[in-house]
Every structure is written in C-alpha cells, then in structure tokens.
Design a protein around this ligand. Sequence first.
Ligand code: NAD
Length: 370
Amino acid sequence: MKKIGLLRESQHSNIAVLIPQNIKQLKNDAEFFIETNAGLASGYTDEDYIDAGASIINSKQELINSSDLIMSYSSVIGNENINAAKTFIGAYDVLSDYCTVIPFQQKGIDVYSLNLLPRTTIAQSMDTLSSVASILGYKAVLIASTISPFTVPMITGAGGTLRPAKILILGAGVAGLQAIATAKRLGAIVKAFDVRKASKTDVESLGAEFIDIEGAIDSSIAGGYAVEQDKAYLEKVDQILFDETVNADIIIATAKIPGKKAPLLISEAAVKAMKPDSVIVDLAADTGGNCALTQPGKTIVTENRITIVGDTRMLDKIAKSASFLLANNFASFLKHYLANNDDDEILNATKVITDGKVTNPRLIAEIDNL
Ligand code: NAD
C-alpha cells in the first residue's frame, strides 16, 4: 500500500488538503501519515485524524521520509534530506511562477499540480481552481462591504432612504459569478463585464446587468478560457470601463488569463476619478492585478480615499470552508492516482516534474516563451 503524507502547510498556513473524512474513505487504499497539527487551523485535531485511521508524525523531515506521496496545498521543499523516490501533489501555480517547483526538480522529486487539470467531466470533482475561485468571489464582496462606510442594500428608515450600493464585477468566471450572487443577495445593484460572450447569460441569470462590448476575440479557441485581446478592442473597453468604474461604489476584480499576467482593467486615472470611500478588491493581485495601483499582499488607501485590497492570502481567512472543498478535490485526485497508471489523461496533464525534468507540455511551452 502507498504511504501518503499530509504536510502542515507552510505558505497558506490555515489550509489542510486532507481532512479526516477523506482518510476514512480511503484508508483501505493507502496508509496515511499526518504532520502534527496539520489540520488544526481548519478545525481538525490530531486526534480526529487518528480516529479516522491516520498516524501522526512530529516533523516535516520525518513525514517526508515516511511517505511515498506527500500532499500539501502549496508548501515547497527546503533543506530536508530525501531518502528515497518521492512524489509531491499540490496546487502549485506553475504557469505563473515556475520557480516554485525548481527546488523539487533539483532534488529529483516528482511533482503533480492540480492547477493544471484538464477541464473534463472526470476532473470536475478535483477542480481546486474552481473551489478557490468560488470561495474568494464570495469573501471579496463581504470584505469590500465591511470596508465600505456605506450600507449595501437600500434601507428606508425614520431618517430617510439609503440608496443601494453599485457593485461592479470585472471578470464573470467562477469567482466573478459567485461575487455577483453574493452582491445580489446583499441587495446591491450589480453590473458585470467579461470578454467571454458566453458569460452574458450567466450574469443575467443571476439578475445582474452585463456590460456588452462588441469586438472581443472568441474565447472558444482556448477551450472556453479567456484569450489576450487586440489593441482596438482593449481601447474601447478602457473607455467604457472608465465610466463604469467611476460610477461604482465597490469593484470586485476577478479577470484572469491562465498562465499570463492579469489584464489591466482599472487605470490609475480611473481610480483618481472614483468617488471617495469607494473600495476595490483585486482578486487578480497574485498575477499582477486588474487595477494599476494594486499592491499584491497589501491594502492601500489612495489620496482620494479609495481602498484597494490586494490580499493574496484571503483563502486563509476562510480556511475551514476552503479546506473542506480543497480536501475533497485532493482526495478525488488521490483516488484517481491510486487507481491509474501514468498513461492517463488527468495524470499526464497534471504532472509537472518527472525524474528531475519538466515534463508538462503547457509548462514547457511557457518556459520556451520566457
Ligand atoms: P479565470 O479565473 O481564468 O478568469 C476569470 C474570468 O476573467 C474569466 O471569466 C475570463 O473570461 C475573464 N477575463 C479574462 N480577461 C478579461 C478581460 N480582459 N476583461 C474582462 N474579463 C476577462 O477563469 P475561470 O473563472 O476559471 O473560468 C473560465 C471558464 O471556464 C468559464 O467558462 C467557466 O465556467 C469554465 N470552467 C469550466 C470548468 C470545467 O469544465 N470543469 C471548471 C471551472 C470553470
């Protein structure tokens, strides 16, 4: 039986990618080792893991040496001594930041990243990117609403009527749609924009208004993902989004292009023209940001009192729900891994490093383009 190790997360410290219920389901297929307190911040004690059938190990070094397959969300290898062939499974953002996996490559460790899953029916239950995006789309609206000094719904009281907040959502993929749904539930007037025409129906079905801008390059050439757009279209978008930005009380920016820098949708001039005390939450901060003034990892307040949240650790603030979803994704991948050999669509697509070499075609193409 394969020995599976769960590392205590070093980057997103509150996330655990296996929870006791996964171990109960898989304990006849593998043996499980948990680094002590790996699940504590997600609501699971070492005793919960022991009750589910796992063993607790005290150090990272010992955990790695005791396991064949090591699971973590985004932890990297450090000075640990590797005593035999090892495989790491994580959700490494290799297309945006190849450097994260270089230490594994140098130590001859095989790596799989769930961020590279193909968008197929079988892979749906493993889709970590969707899990994270929907959780963050929700949380971003709550964070913005809390920072904003205005109420979101229309409220009529003895003192008069407070108008509903105007919330603009940029990018209507998984995160954007969850943000729209949350903003609508709070009672906001919601508008959304996406380059993918297909998202218009999704936006409208949630009761928001779609900002329709003609002339985008069709995204169907990239399997439904957004593609980079031409200059003429982007200039048109700039003009229209400038007006929409200035009008909004809250902006949730979620626009991304897989493996590329995020598109710039809110210029410095637009931020300067916004109404004081408006809030921007930029969920694309980890890939450069949709707003020109976003500082990844920081929340800033501009001279004209616009708050711009560039939090890249937001997932840790909603760790229990995030861990629940991510652990089910990782368990589903693990089950698939244990039942299949290497000649499998999902395993081939997610394998990043094999025997010290980059073997992933998408990553090889990215590196060639550097
Ligand atoms: P993403 O996180 O890569 O991007 C977020 C959104 O930003 C996308 O909707 C994209 O179109 C948009 N965007 C990119 N450039 C833009 C620009 N210049 N202006 C405005 N918006 C821009 O994408 P995602 O949220 O993961 O979803 C992309 C698509 O994949 C959607 O159709 C989604 O439904 C689909 N999807 C499929 C599966 C599956 O089949 N298993 C799972 C998840 C998502």
